[in-house]
Design a protein around this ligand. Structure first.
Ligand SMILES: *[C@@H]1O[C@H](CO)[C@@H](O)[C@H](O)[C@H]1NC(C)=O
Ligand SMILES: *[C@@H]1O[C@H](CO)[C@@H](O)[C@H](O)[C@H]1NC(C)=O
Length: 425
């Protein structure tokens, strides 16, 4: 995530889409999660051909330690209990490509969580935090690897029937995102395209052992790099090329996951993809069934929004439609590609009143009304380390610093639970 910016002005009306979910066969009793999921027009369908969407939250595992956050304060199962208590059905779990690079560098075996904590936090703080993690999560040992922690997190999410969407958030494990963090665009300092392709394929393959894994995001928030060499490819034509490479890597390893595509400028817009206009500087246009073989029914669009200073919900809604949510509108003029669209990040200060402001209350209304899936940024009440600060306080976190309760009970009870309920009903 990053904070605000990007205010495009436009106000467009939206229409409702035609229903198209076929009935399931009552004689077969599918088991959760009932994958592989497919897409049909604006809908995601499970294997029983019933439409569904996500209402969930982001659980970061991509930062310096590259272990899902919060385990020094709570057990994996109690964190998943919290997600579940909101009625949520999905988690966007983030990881860094650096983790996979280190697995390759280490002869195919991931490093231990002890090594990871010490590398990221230093010897004494690393050992101290590791001790807290082991105390709260006795099924882990200091030899457990990072990837085995991901396994346990995903297993618990699955046992509580929470869908897992795995997101490649960044290449180098650290807080994301800015234009000058070296991870902005393919070819940027720490964003090697070959390693990215390899990492996606590795996680897709590994994820075959995760029943809860239903979808993967290829890359979080593509953005303009500050300088060459990669700046010259910051355009839609190259975006299409890179996304095809990533999608093929995932699909050839694991054809059972949906693939999420994010847009330019920190994933704030996908307009040419939705409207079918030229992917500049070329003249090629986006067509799901020509994207790459086998992709017509497995692509989902994802957008982020941090227009936190919005003063008009009509303006914000119009921006969202134009930035890509109009792909939900079958038959709308100008919409060439009808596809599922989700808001995989939005968020704000978890205090007593921000949730009642224009931005938050608008999204609380807009997303369920559109039956668009979403994952709010962020579950984490704190991070092991962020931008050099140990035990960083996350004031946007749904959870309190020690992940024991809600940071804003007022928001959870006053809006969030109802937003989940409306989205999933
Ligand atoms: C499922 O489809 C029906 C129409 O067939 C629609 O009313 C409902 O909102 C859809 N639900 C989701 C979660 O997309
Ligand atoms: C398939 O999706 C429908 C609609 O969301 C849901 O009610 C049903 O439980 C799902 N099937 C399984 C087996 O999870």
């Amino acid at each position: 995530m990053r904070i605000p910016l990007n205010l495009l002005l436009s106000l467009l009306p939206f229409t409702t889409a035609a229903p198209n979910a076929p009935a399931s066969n009552p004689n077969t009793r599918a088991t959760w999660p009932d994958g592989p999921f497919t897409t049909s027009g604006r809908y995601i369908l499970n294997a029983s051909n019933q439409n569904l969407t996500y209402a969930g939250t982001n659980w970061p595992g991509h930062a310096d330690v590259m272990i899902p956050e919060g385990l020094q304060y709570q057990s994996i199962s109690s964190i998943v209990d919290k997600v579940k208590s909101l009625g949520m059905n999905a988690v966007r779990l983030t990881y860094a490509i650096q983790m996979i690079d280190e697995i390759y560098d280490n002869g195919g075996v991931d490093i231990s969580i002890e090594t990871a904590f010490v590398q990221a936090l230093g010897q004494s703080e690393g050992e101290r935090v590791l001790g807290m993690v082991l105390e709260r999560n006795p099924e882990l040992t200091k030899e457990t690897t990072r990837l085995e922690v991901f396994d346990k997190v995903v297993e618990e999410l699955g046992s509580q029937e929470v869908y897992v969407h795995l997101d490649n958030h960044i290449s180098k494990g650290m807080w994301c995102c800015s234009t000058d963090d070296g991870n902005s665009w393919w070819g940027d300092r720490d964003f090697d395209t070959g390693r990215w392709v390899r990492g996606l394929g590795y996680m897709a393959e590994h994820g075959k052992a995760w029943p809860a894994l239903v979808s993967m995001g290829l890359r979080n928030e593509p953005r303009e790099p500050p300088s060459n060499p990669s700046k010259s490819t910051y355009n839609w034509a190259s975006w299409h090329d890179f996304m095809q490479q990533g999608a093929n890597a995932v699909n050839s390893a694991n054809p059972d996951v949906l693939i999420f595509l994010s847009g330019l400028n920190f994933d704030t817009f996908l307009t040419p993809v939705v409207q079918g206009t030229a992917l500049t500087p070329g003249s090629n246009t986006f067509k799901p069934d020509e994207f790459a073989p086998g992709f017509a029914n497995k692509l989902v669009l994802e957008l982020h929004n941090y227009e936190n200073s919005a003063t008009s919900c009509d303006t914000l809604s119009g921006n969202l439609d134009r930035n890509g949510f109009e792909a939900l509108d079958e038959g709308k003029q100008g919409v060439a590609n009808v596809m599922p669209v989700m808001m995989t990040e939005f968020g704000f200060e978890m205090d007593e009143s921000t949730w009642q402001g224009v931005y938050a209350s608008c999204l609380t209304e807009y997303l369920p009304a559109r039956k668009a899936g979403w994952t709010i940024w962020v579950l984490a009440g704190s991070y092991y380390i962020r931008s050099g600060t140990w035990d960083y306080e996350e004031s946007w976190g749904l959870l309190s610093h020690d992940w024991s309760g809600w940071r804003s009970e007022a928001y959870v009870e006053g809006a969030l639970k109802e937003m989940v309920r409306r989205t999933l009903s």
